[in-house]
Design a protein around this ligand. Structure first.
Ligand SMILES: *Cc1c(COP(=O)(O)O)cnc(C)c1O
Length: 360
């Protein structure tokens, strides 16, 4: 009944568009973490591999393992590994990011024990986001380690905090400047190292900062955090369901848990079989977030339940079993997400495992 329809031709369109935006010399890393932003990591990775993508990125070693077990051959970068994941990383030929001295030292001692050398890694630098990363000041220390290192540094990268914000943004400019300095220091060390800085919004907003690779996540799935940029992309997923039941209410009747909503007049409501467990968070409750029935707005009323929510359909001529659109090509997921104070990333990655994915 509730289905997430996923269209490979739109993924292909987005990939081609992003490739056309970056310099022909740059390569696109397709980010398929978080179950490919809810779209199904295995299916999406297979499709991307078929479209010629050679590099994928995931958040955890576990996500990488799932891809390998399903036959994915691409290089797989793990953005947020633990040292304790090393055996998995080795077994499944994953490429970890290293982002601290502690991690460098721990991985080195494990690799020495195993007598492994030339182990492919990517170095992550903090240039202002203060999430994870080495500090530029630690490059001297890194250089010292390289005389007897177990690693092959494949790339050096950082992440922007505000890539979607309007230019000129002084903070972003300062991050780019820091990254330029880091890059120049590494080029002195080894000129085969690749550099990358941009996520989806960055690809649109800072085309001069392509460097060697870019890391595209949300834009592959059709969103880029800006209405103008979104026009070039197609939403890959559509979430629809069907009306489970309709009730006619008198004035003052109460709807949902904790009597979250009261009918101010005679009202017709529909029960929609989607709830927290499917990715429709509590913050959508009483939000007036619209879903679409017969191409008309039906606003969410009362508190979201685990498996259901209710909408006001007083002005819509519909019956039980009629289709309900949460988001599709014309009603994008970010609009629905934002109406509940959320964002496309959160909505898409929250889609529960019981939401059936159909691939076309
Ligand atoms: C998730 C992630 C990305 C992708 O970001 P989008 O905004 O979805 O394109 C890029 N780089 C890193 C380090 C990430 O963790």
């Amino acid at each position: 009944m509730t289905t997430l329809n996923i269209y490979f031709d739109r993924l292909s369109h987005n990939l081609n568009f992003l490739r056309s935006k970056i310099s022909p010399k740059s390569e696109l890393i397709a980010v398929v973490k978080a179950n490919a932003y809810g779209h199904g990591a295995i299916e999406i990775a297979k499709c991307l591999e078929g479209l010629g993508v050679r590099k994928l990125a995931v958040a955890s070693a576990y996500e990488g393992k799932i891809l390998r077990k399903n036959g994915i051959k691409c290089n797989i970068i793990v953005f947020y590994p633990y040292t304790s994941d090393l055996s998995k990383i080795i077994k499944f030929s994953l490429e970890p990011a290293i982002f601290s001295k502690r991690m460098w030292v721990d991985l080195t001692s494990e690799l020495k024990k195993l007598e492994l050398t030339n182990f492919p890694v990517h170095l992550k630098f903090n240039t202002g986001l203060y999430r994870i990363g080495f500090d530029a000041k630690e490059i001297g220390w890194i250089k010292e380690q390289l005389t007897n290192s177990s690693f092959k540094i494949k790339s050096v990268y950082s992440h922007l905090s505000s890539s979607e914000e309007k230019r000129k943004n002084n903070f972003t400019d300062s991050q780019i400047k820091k990254f330029e300095t880091i890059k120049s220091l590494f080029l002195n060390i080894d000129n085969s190292i690749k550099f990358h800085l941009l996520n989806s919004s960055g690809i649109f907003n800072y085309p001069e900062c392509n460097y060697d690779w870019v890391r595209a996540g949300i834009s592959l799935y059709g969103y880029a955090n800006n209405i103008e940029w979104d026009k070039n992309l197609l939403p890959v997923a559509e979430l629809t369901t069907k009306i489970l039941q309709i009730h006619k209410l008198e004035k003052n009747q109460l709807v949902g848990y904790n009597s979250g909503w009261i009918a101010k007049k005679k009202t017709t409501i529909a029960v929609i079989p989607l709830g927290h467990a499917d990715g429709i968070g509590r913050y959508f409750g009483n939000s007036n977030a619209p879903v679409w029935i017969k191409n008309k707005k039906a606003e969410i009323i009362g508190n979201i339940c685990m498996d259901m929510f209710m909408v006001d359909i007083t002005n819509i001529n519909c019956v039980e079993g009629d289709e309900v659109v949460i988001f599709n090509k014309k009603k994008p997921a970010n609009t629905f997400a934002e109406s509940g104070g959320s964002i496309s990333y959160e909505l898409l990655t929250s889609m529960g495992s019981r939401v059936i994915r159909n691939y076309f």
